[in-house]
Design a protein around this ligand. Structure first.
Ligand code: ATP
Length: 259
């Protein structure tokens, strides 16, 4: 069953067409990779799905309902959460606080509850704190609960971003280059975490990634963009041997050398 359906999605920045007529279905509970050379339009695609950019034309449906026009916080409330290519944590806040920031969507009483010091607000807050502890345990960061986020290793900061995204209780998690800058051990731990989140929560995961070893190992479905267009999609084995994909990555002459 398709959880995310993208129909003829186009994004133009002036004369530059960053995404051109892209359509795809993402299956519920699947791990899908969006790959392509630098500037292919991958992050632009994520930005449209998460409401950061509005499409020039086309539609994006979550469980059959259009989410085009919604602001990022509303998209997040509907169940799509993301991490960023450049880590965006609150460096001087603790690890626990960073996860709790992700929860404001489902703490129902906002400022008023806090100002009035309502017991129900306190109850919700302590529930949120407990849930944040559980998430830190789940992503393997509980030993750093009270550490400032900026003091964590690079790999741990990336995991914390995932933890913060999990705190919004997403149905779909979009990961923008989650393995960038990681050493092989951190990448292996990340791979295990991604499989765990999918297998235990039935989470749908869509990732942009340049690490082809990781992509081939983890993805059930791969979508390839080049110059804003979808040039191929399929299982890893099909993508690995697809001539258009090889040419996009290596250039035509490179592909001829390879074959
Ligand atoms: N806000 C913007 N204004 C103008 N052009 C943009 C904007 N965002 C992206 N672009 C352009 O759209 C094209 C696609 O960029 P995008 O960042 O989506 O590619 P990408 O596949 O994510 O690349 P990378 O792998 O290098 O991160 C690029 O030519 C980029 O310069």
């Amino acid at each position: 069953m398709s959880i995310l359906t993208v129909k003829n999605l186009t994004k133009a920045f002036g004369g530059l067409i960053a995404n051109s007529d892209i359509s795809m279905d993402v299956k519920k509970g699947s791990i899908t990779a969006v790959i392509g050379p630098n500037g292919a339009g991958k992050t632009t695609f994520f930005n449209m799905v998460t409401g950061v950019y509005q499409p020039t034309s086309g539609d994006i449906e979550l469980n059959g309902k259009s989410i085009v026009g919604l602001k990022p916080h509303a998209v997040s409330a509907k169940g799509i959460s993301r991490t960023f290519q450049n880590i965006r944590l609150f460096g001087s806040m603790t690890v626990l606080e960073n996860v709790m920031v992700g929860m404001h969507n489902h703490i129902k009483q906002g400022l008023l509850g806090a100002v009035l010091d309502l017991p129900s607000f306190k109850k919700q807050e302590s529930f949120a704190e407990q849930e944040a502890y559980n998430i830190l345990d789940y992503i393997g960061l509980s030993q750093f609960t009270n550490e400032e986020a900026r003091n964590l290793s690079y790999g741990a900061q990336r995991r914390l971003e995932i933890g913060r995204a999990l705190a919004t209780r997403p149905q779909i998690l979009l990961l923008d280059e989650p393995a960038a800058g990681m050493n092989p051990k951190e990448t292996k731990e990340l791979t295990e975490l991604i499989f765990k989140m999918r297998n235990e929560f039935g989470l749908t995961i869509v990732l942009i990634e340049h690490d082809m070893k990781l992509v081939m190992e983890i993805s059930e479905h791969i979508i390839v963009l080049d110059h804003g267009e979808k040039i191929a999609e399929g299982i890893p084995e099909e993508i690995r041997t697809n001539q258009k994909v090889i040419e996009a990555y290596l250039g035509k002459s490179g592909a001829e050398t390879v074959s």
